[in-house]
Ligand binder design. Sequence first.
Ligand code: NAD
Length: 499
Amino acid sequence: MRMIDHVVAGGASAPQQPRHGDVFDPNSGAVQAQVALGDVALLDHAVAAAQAAQPAWAATNPQRRARVMFRFKELVEAHMDELAQLLSSEHGKVIADAKGDIQRGLEVIEFACGIPHALKGEYTQGAGPGIDVYSMRVPLGIGAGITPFNFPAMIPLWMSGVAIACGNAFILKPSERDPSVPVRLAELFREAGLPEGILQVVHGDKAMVDAILDHPAIGAVSFVGSSDIAQYVYSRGVAAGKRVQAMGGAKNHGIVMPDADLDQVVNDLSGAAFGSAGERCMALPVVVPVGDDTADRLREKLLPAIAALRVGVSTDAEAHYGPVVNAAHKQRVENWIQTGVDEGAELVVDGRGFSLQGHEQGFFIGPSLFDHVTPDMQAYKEEIFGPVLQMVRAPDFETALRLPSEHQYGNGVAIFTRNGHAAREFAARVQVGMVGINVPIPVPVAYHSFGGWKRSGFGDHNQHGMEGLRFWTRVKTVTQRWPDSSPDGGNAFVIPTMG
Ligand code: NAD
């Protein structure tokens, strides 16, 4: 059995880890590897190495730090096929989608290549008589990232790229369900010239997460995962005096106005609702047609599109999507479908009971479509995270606007329309963090930033872009005066002003 180990400085001398977890091949349903599950002793070892390495890294000039990012980007590009294969084999997303996962992470590395410019501080000459003021952004020291299974390349790179480029040491605790790609990324960072101890990977489950949250030497924690855990991580981390950003689950809505190009909408929805088997926090699992006529026309066009979806093994180049990540998740998604039925929604297409010939034990689920879903249903309120599209009919624009605005999650939302005024109004008023206008998956580019509202995001500062840079640094402001030798009027007992 293949063993997936931690990547910590001085690996062989790290404390031995007695606990292990299974890593599945979602295509076959078999256990393909075991991952070490670390504990407090292992984390202490990693933190000590990070403490030893970080001051010199922070003192390395930012251009040199950026050069490591450039080399890392080239290495990842050279290893793209191998990484995508590995990612797909543990996650189950198809190879082209696995490459997208890696590519979106690399775009954050490209942003990090510009860190010398982005880190420049502010300066005011002559803020008072003979007084100048300047501010600088300094690294926090040691940061940690705790990441979900669904983007095992992109999300670790969202965090590590910016944290490291800013001069921090970074400890990554990736999902224990698909831990191999994060390990390879850490190895490639080393090959790119990153000093030992600056990026370490510690595997584990709740025990390791708690150890990170409680560790006094870790100054900041970035978390991405489901909302209950995000809230827990946020509360416990903040109580321990850390800076915490914690991104949670999602239930993104796509509003379809009567004037929308429905062929384009169906095309976009197929990918956004069913791509990656719906295991994306920016998936579009709720469609809200405005008016019954729009709903009926949309439903008619959706049916053949759903029938044409090809579910296959993740290495099948023709497949639109592959299996979900494990058996427990498959069961969970199928339970939600049953809940939807029990609550009275119309199950128009039932993806349960899907079996792929030759891969009967794989974690496959066919696509499902619900119509006449209503906001009071539990299956609407909660995140399903599977290949299930729910149609909620809205009589008018105001109702459609209220649905995502009042939902407990506020990650992403999209509106499909040809009407610029409606789109503008929607973008201004909707209570959601990321908005797409005729864009089904509005994941912002790397130099902007990613983050949802309400139960989709706890804490402050988004991921990557300048928001990420602000999260991984703190500001030091210097007020300086170089007096000449003439007397300046003696002691001042009032607060200094620049007047
Ligand atoms: P998860 O919450 O189960 O796990 C996330 C991380 O938390 C993992 O590293 C896991 O080991 C750890 N963890 C799990 N249980 C824990 C516990 N009880 N205590 C402490 N730590 C624990 O999430 P997942 O299933 O890996 O990922 C899917 C979820 O992530 C979905 O809800 C999805 O919407 C969300 N997600 C959100 C974003 C975003 O940016 N908002 C992006 C991707 C995924």
